[in-house]
Design a protein around this ligand. Structure first.
Ligand SMILES: Nc1ncnc2c1ncn2[C@@H]1O[C@H](COP(=O)(O)OP(=O)(O)O)[C@@H](O)[C@H]1O
Ligand SMILES: [Mg+2]
Length: 508
């Protein structure tokens, strides 16, 4: 096969204007045979428009489309189907009152239009269900199906028409985690058969899991295409959002709840002065959520963080991280990502270089050390990579970290703590003393962690910041959790009262 034979679909310079919006601005991209191409972009970036053009639902104002190397005009979905393109829309296009099977064969020209013999169709449909392990009862009416099953039916419908290129528009939004797993398996099976899948999403986590390459779209144009193996969360976040745009957390659904990452039960601890600092703390963190900790400074936040990361002994209670007792896992400092409140005393060694600070948790491990000898080439390369990934402004990795601005010092801490992809992340006063640009990038890194499926405990005395980032918020007062509120509906007054020691009336 030559290089060109491997390309299933290529779009060249596609432009599409709606009244007042340039939805697609000279977009070029290609999808290879047997690959999953991720199309990543925020809401409104132009992903659906582009794929609707490919599926013949819109005509581009300009640009070319090639299928298997041949230029084509796709004037209708019927033409797209003929070309082997299938598309599953965000909003399904099934007929509710017909059965699953009737929906599948709807619109397929029959050889004997007067004889509707469902038996062969049913047989073929069930074979597909089995082949891709996506079972849908053929005789059930569509309105009785869960949205997840309706999506599968749309996929089966496309496969029934022998789609060679399947476009899935934000498929996971309507699936349970188990259904999502099944979908991913089916996608892998499709690509093993040299079919291609375009997987549209605005969630980095799943895009990184299922795709081979990722094309990022922002404001209607392609920002870049990266092989998934080389992609990192912060870089994707930057590509997707762009520096001037803040990520809109509230528009993104919270990841489905899976096994908790962190469970604290009845935890008590003393302060440095030997006074009770934590009283009966019960807290559970799930993958893909940011839990904010609000409160006036000195109400147990420091002790809470230190107990979780193993820097402070509890006097009673248990802490489990991913099911393991915290006392047994603390030998591995990469287990928890910790952004401490005092980065200059606890987070960094100011007299060491950026590169050295980036490995202080891992310096004794490969690739940085072999037979207790530090390998400077690996350390330098590691620093180079993280400086790039986390956008640390420094002349080089060999500069002492004391010479960096506060924001860039914090990025060094964040790069070191997050690049190992820890499951729980504890961030304490992570933006204190930083300028606005730096605050925003810290927020974006934490949001990217959430997107990846980490559980983030976000401790801050800045109530606005806690409210803008958190899925849930707990409020601490004198070592106790006064209550919990939903991050989407929290209001300043309720939280403010709890910060002063009033118990919440309704606790989530
Ligand atoms: N049929 C349409 N008419 C007018 N504007 C549209 C239409 N479809 C999409 N748009 C606009 O085009 C832009 C891109 O939308 P869309 O392709 O749906 O983005 P995405 O799928 O990435 O969320 C948005 O500004 C949207 O409002
Ligand atoms: Mg869309």
């Amino acid at each position: 096969m030559t290089q060109n034979d491997k390309i299933a679909m290529r779009m060249e310079g596609i432009t599409k204007r709606f009244p007042g919006v340039l939805a697609n601005d000279r977009i070029s991209l290609e999808c290879r045979k047997g690959e999953v191409l991720g199309l990543l972009g925020e809401n409104g970036a132009g992903k659906t428009t582009l794929m609707n053009i490919l599926y013949g639902l819109h005509q581009p104002d300009s640009g070319k489309i090639f299928i298997n190397g041949k230029q084509v005009t796709i004037e209708s979905p019927a033409k797209a189907i003929e070309l082997g393109i299938g598309m599953v829309h965000q909003h399904f296009k099934l007929v509710d009152t017909l059965t699953a099977l009737e929906n599948v064969i709807l619109g397929i020209p029959s050889e004997h239009p007067l004889v509707l013999d469902l038996a062969p169709a049913r047989k073929r449909f069930l074979a597909l269900c089995e082949e891709y392990d996506l079972y849908v009862d053929p005789s059930v009416e569509v309105w009785r199906l869960s949205v997840g099953k309706q999506q599968w039916l749309e996929i089966l419908k496309a496969l029934y028409r022998d789609a060679r290129l399947l476009v899935l528009d934000e498929p996971s939004a309507v699936l349970t985690p188990a259904e999502g797993e099944q979908l991913f398996k089916a996608i892998r099976k499709l690509t093993a058969e040299e079919r291609s899948v375009i997987f549209i999403s605005h969630k980095f986590g799943e895009v990184l899991e299922i795709t081979d390459r990722i094309t990022v779209i922002r404001d209607g144009h392609v920002v870049g295409t990266v092989p998934t193996k080389e992609a990192t969360y912060p870089e994707l976040a930057r590509m997707m959002v762009g520096r001037p745009v803040a990520m809109d957390r509230k528009s993104r659904p919270l990841a489905a709840k899976k096994d908790p990452i962190l469970v604290m039960e009845n935890v008590e601890a003393m302060s440095d002065r030997g006074l009770p600092a934590l009283k009966n703390i019960n807290l559970t963190l799930h993958p893909g959520e940011i839990v904010g900790v609000a409160g006036v400074d000195g109400n147990g936040q420091l002790e809470l963080a230190e107990c979780i990361v193993g820097m402070r002994k509890r006097t009673s209670g248990t802490i489990r991280i991913q099911g393991l007792n915290v006392d047994h896992v603390m030998d591995d400092p990469s287990f928890v990502g910790y952004i401490p409140a005092d980065r200059q005393k606890v987070g960094l060694f100011l007299a060491l270089t950026v590169a050295e600070n980036l490995i202080v948790k891992d310096y004794y491990k490969a690739p940085f050390a072999r037979k207790s000898v530090l390998r400077y080439s690996a350390i330098r390369q590691h620093a180079k990579d993280l400086i790039k990934d986390y956008n640390i402004k420094t002349p080089s990795g060999e500069v002492e970290v004391a010479n960096l601005s506060g924001g860039n010092q914090q990025k060094v801490v964040i790069a070191r703590e997050l690049s190992d992809q820890p499951a729980p992340v504890v961030a304490s006063q992570a933006t204190r003393g930083l300028d606005l640009g730096a605050v925003e990038s810290v927020h974006n890194f934490l949001l990217a962690e959430r997107e990846r499926g980490a559980a983030v405990l976000f401790i801050s005395t800045e109530l606005q910041e806690v409210m803008s980032l958190s899925d849930r918020i707990i409020v601490m007062f004198r070592g106790e959790v006064m209550g919990e509120v939903d991050g989407n509906t929290a209001d300043v007054d309720t939280i403010g009262q709890m910060m002063l020691g009033e118990t919440a009336e309704v606790s989530a």
